[in-house]
Design a protein around this ligand. Sequence first.
Ligand code: BGC
Length: 840
Amino acid sequence: MPDLRALRAAMTLDEKTAMMSGADTWTLPGVDRLGVADVKCTDGPNGARGNGLLGSGLPALCVPCGSALGATWNVDLVERVGEVLGDEALSKGARMLLAPTINLHRTPTGGRNFECFSEDPVLTGELAAAYIRGVQSRGVATTPKHLVANDAEFERNTTDSVIDERTLREVYLLPFEMAVRRGGAWGVMSSYNRLNGTFCCENRWLVRDVLMGEWGFDGVVVSDWFAVRSLTASLEAGLHLEMPGPALHWGEGRLAAAVRAGEAAEADVDAAVDRLLRLRERVGALAGPLDTTERVEEVPERVAVARRAAAEATVLLVNDGILPLDVAALRRLAVVGPNASVARIMGGGSANINPLHRTSPLDALVARLGDDVEVVHARGCDNERFVPALDIAFDVDVFAGHEPAGEPVDSVRMANGRLVWSDPPGGLDADEWSVRASASFVPVDTGVHTVSLVQAGRARLWLDDRLVCDGWDTDLVAGDDLFGFAREPLTADVDLVEGVPVALTVEYANRDTQVVFGAKVGLGRPAGADPIAAAEAAAAGADAVIVVVGTNDEWETEGRDRTTTQLPGDQNELIRRVAAVNGRCIVVVNAGAPVAMDWVGDVAAVLDVWFGGQEMAEALVDVLVGDSDPGGRLPTTFPLRDEWTPAHLAYPGENSVTAYAERMFVGHRFSDARALPVLFAFGHGLSYTTFTTSATLSASSVEPGEGLTVRVVVTNTGKRRGHHVVQCYVAPSAPRLARPPTELKGFAKVDLAAGESREVTIDLGPRAFAHYDPGDRDFAALVEGLPVPAGRGHERSGPGWVVDPGRYDVLVAESAVVVHHVLPVDIAGSGPVVIEPVGL
Ligand code: BGC
């Protein structure tokens, strides 16, 4: 065991402080002379991207997004996914994966909901802990993120999430607590936003008192990228690492100078360095440099895990019996919708990676069924937010200086149409640089096309030597593509002819921008007369029609929330018209978060495949034809109306203040408490088979601070193999304080053959019955001298986790609204009790 204290003692102040901020975008610098290695980190969370940004970089395995993993409700499977992601991080030379994202679905339209597991803190916390255990089993650190209350993208860099302590502890902090206590996370990422007035990176109560003090977190607190706002306040609060480099506050000798000037304490630096060394010990980085070379690895076992996870994430929302498809009876299958012929497999922003392959649902269906079934396709309508990016490879010449002139200093190839960088391309070491990127494409239509040029920096675009978009020196309005660093797109209409190749040149200079550098070329196809009519025609003579609708990584992305759950474009109209001509209509929803479904009563089946990762299309076919049971259950409530969601009146707040006014009543807790109808309840999802359950409790009465065990025997009473998720909710019968009517406290998933039975046990810990009471420290002073009667309303307890005596019902359910067993339990005692230890 290396002596970490001795190692730190051997370091100079400059060496220690240099370790505390990034060397570049993705490197935690070490100290060469002492064998302390640089550690590379990578996003995260649905794959290990390696270098690069926004889908650029070498190909990597793309697993289902966070909400899809949430829909699996499968702790063991998510741990396996974590192991695979740990291996993937190693293949990119990284020892720290910037994941998982464990903020909550406070609103159904949060831009990063696809990255987060669920609306529910317990489901999120259990899956987060499993994911972390999996990744870290490979010697790769995790950074559950973003601590805390970064639940929306609106003004995320400034917004103040104003939340009372009880709500924080019971809801938004709980997944982080579980990630630390149960997952043993080696890192935590603090968020951009403020919490109750103080930026999270400099929130001493949050970082020092709760995370490190109460929860005993012994890892590294890393800032979100550019989230640090101060030199000393963040250090004093307990932050250990400012990213990226060169760091704005602690970088380039500033932290060492502050220590020398007596403005920052060397003891705080030492404490941070001890943790950064412990991190290196954990990831094996104390014996000289690590190999940070990036490799592309296509490992069948890992791909199989991604495929299984995609199938177990698929939620069958509605089924009139059409699914699974009777393939033998199919002659003609129509596959329509804007997400049918493209692979919408992940959301946008820092989670975006370059997958090993992109397979569309249409391609997967043709490959699997095409020999025996005639598959016809029509897109039906568009659903893009921006003019769709041209997915072509560019040859890129790199130049020093802001003019792409003279001899290039390097040449690189950018494979997937994205000319996006976080550092100069080709390893160039220059502040000012530019590129000339060349490509060609062959139009598939004749007519007037819209070309667009999005730029973070300065760019211009030629088609066949004609300058069509010129942003080189023009005034441009700020836009929100490319992480919000782009300007509004420039567009032009051009006549193109089917089959006649077009040469395309983009020049780009990294002027007038920061953080994100690059450009994106879009090409919109000519509008047809009535695209929905073509889909109706395709559907009319088919034995069944599959309509693949949803969003994409421009609608659901870091940097911007959606404004509505409505499907973009004419997709609702498409579904209605197609369902009217063919009643055997199966809608596949391909989106990371809830969408409205006014048409739900008009169709035969609805499946939700989320952003299912690179194996999504194969898994979808597995489910459609019955090779896999649709194993998913909703990890989030699908509301009937956006107005009936918990944060509707409080989001996004004003003047950069977001009051979490709905308090603990997030997700189903809100619709339950308000008795509001929902489109689909939290936990809902159908199987191809049927189940019965019987349930008992290990005790019918317990002392405060004791837990109990729920035993459930599940029997598959149908004719096929399938999944059942046992969900345990706790409902206090006569709560003294405001409490959600039911809260999820435990769950278990089983996969049973036809006729098979299995007993599952779910442990409800002491906290399952508790609420958090921040305590009223001044109460005694307030009542001093007053004749205050004892009794309801006057009990004071806390601070801490408090159990009130009385009756609680343990509900064994298949969703938040379909309950199979109500098992009462009495908690003994005559008044509230603060429970010790704080066991989860
Ligand atoms: C995101 C983080 C991410 C980081 C590095 C930030 O914009 O909020 O989740 O890990 O960038 O890409």
